[in-house]
Design a protein around this ligand. Structure first.
Ligand code: HEM
Length: 358
């Protein structure tokens, strides 16, 4: 029997050979899914330095301590999350969608639901499930994600007690695992808000046209460091860009429904040139012209500090998978308070108020 990393690479290689520039125009490539699973225990999320937390000032403390009005509190004990996982899995494959899977779109849904978090004022994050409401549903950055939310609606209805906020994040976790990625620690407890009034301001998700400084601004705001940023961006081994969503076009790898470290390997090993087309500035590989990189992706090899981690992850797929699992778990929990069995609240990224005063 082949080892998991070897079998994954074989899949990627077969896919690469069969992936022609024609495939860019015909978005119905079929890939065999690697269903192998890695099981890593996740390390502790890095704590925010007190000095960073204090930078928001007392006004922010008052703001952060006001509790949101939720219309649906998560009742995790009533929900069979193994069944929820199965229901999500059953929705992933679809030959008529993109490369044959909703997996990458589910990953993007979980990430965009969470990536609005700011540790400056503890607003944003996956709690609330607000992307189903305006204004968040209408943000340019969230174009196309209604397809994922609509696809998941049947799962929400089939599992009373499940919240949208938990569903959107669990869908990302299940999708990654089913695409051959690592097991990601996930726990329920997010509540649903009754409208979009508590959505943070637009503009918190990254702009793909920009470079290293912008990426740091966005991810430091969430509390991530350079290593975690690079690990997270490795998610671009999955999925593709769509001209009717972001305006960009094409997949990053030759096996876009497989979780792998191919994004890093290709970044380093392929030659990249500007694509000549009417769309926004993006790069294509010189050899096949069938895969792409965003300006923001290229920043990972242009910036020396980011590049260090790209080199590590391109060489060591297991390290990438392990670091990705840890960073992704942290991302999905940003700003979420989890209820403990004694009724108290406990979260890794709770408000400044609770971090200081317990
Ligand atoms: C600097 C940070 C990032 C930028 C600028 C960025 C940008 C983009 C863009 C422009 C798309 C194409 C959307 C479309 O047209 O459909 C995309 C797709 C995607 N992104 Fe990112 N992204 C970033 C970070 C992340 C992170 C942190 C994750 C997850 C951990 C992620 C996961 C994905 C996935 C899975 C897709 C494919 C979606 C699909 O196939 O429909 N991205 N990203």
């Amino acid at each position: 029997m082949l080892s998991r990393p070897v079998s994954r690479l074989l899949i990627a290689n077969v896919a690469r050979r069969s992936f022609t520039s024609q495939a860019r125009n015909n978005s119905r490539q079929q890939y065999q899914w690697s269903r192998s699973r890695w099981n890593f225990s996740s390390g502790k999320s890095s704590r925010l330095a007190a000095v960073t937390a204090l930078s928001g000032g007392i006004a922010f403390v008052l703001h952060a301590s006001t509790s949101p009005s939720d219309n649906k509190l998560s009742t995790p004990s009533k929900v069979d999350y193994n069944q929820v996982r199965k229901s999500i899995s059953a929705l992933l494959d679809d030959n008529n969608y993109d490369d044959g899977s909703y997996g990458p779109l589910f990953v993007r849904l979980g990430w965009h639901a969470s990536g609005t978090y700011s540790h400056i004022d503890s607003t944003g994050g996956s709690n609330g499930g607000c992307m189903r409401f305006q204004p968040e549903s209408d943000w340019d950055a969230n174009k196309g994600l209604h397809l994922a939310r609509e696809r998941l609606e049947s799962v929400y209805r089939a599992h009373p007690g499940l919240t949208y906020a938990d569903l959107y994040t669990l869908a990302a976790v299940v999708a990654i695992e089913e695409m051959g990625g690592p097991k990601i620690k996930w726990r329920p407890g997010r509540n649903d808000h009754k409208d979009g009034k508590q959505s943070p301001p637009d503009g918190r998700l990254p702009d793909a046209a920009q470079g290293a400084q912008h990426i740091r601004d966005i991810f430091y705001r969430m509390g991530f460091n350079d290593q975690e940023i690079v690990a997270l961006l490795g998610a671009h081994s999955m999925g593709r860009c769509h001209t009717d969503r972001s305006g960009f076009d094409g997949p990053w790898t030759f096996a876009p429904t497989t979780f792998s470290n191919e994004f890093f390997r290709l970044l380093l090993e392929e030659k990249w040139q500007l694509r000549r087309w009417k769309g926004p500035k993006q790069y294509e590989d010189v050899r096949t012209k069938s895969i792409m990189m965003l300006p923001a992706d290229m920043a990972l090899i242009e910036d020396p500090e980011f590049r260090k981690y790209v080199l590590q992850y391109a060489k060591d797929a297991d390290k990438f998978a392990k670091d990705f699992a840890t960073a992704f778990e942290k991302l999905l929990e940003l700003g979420v308070d989890f209820k403990t069995t004694d009724g108290s609240r406990q979260g890794k990224n709770t408000s400044l108020w609770s971090r200081i005063f317990g």
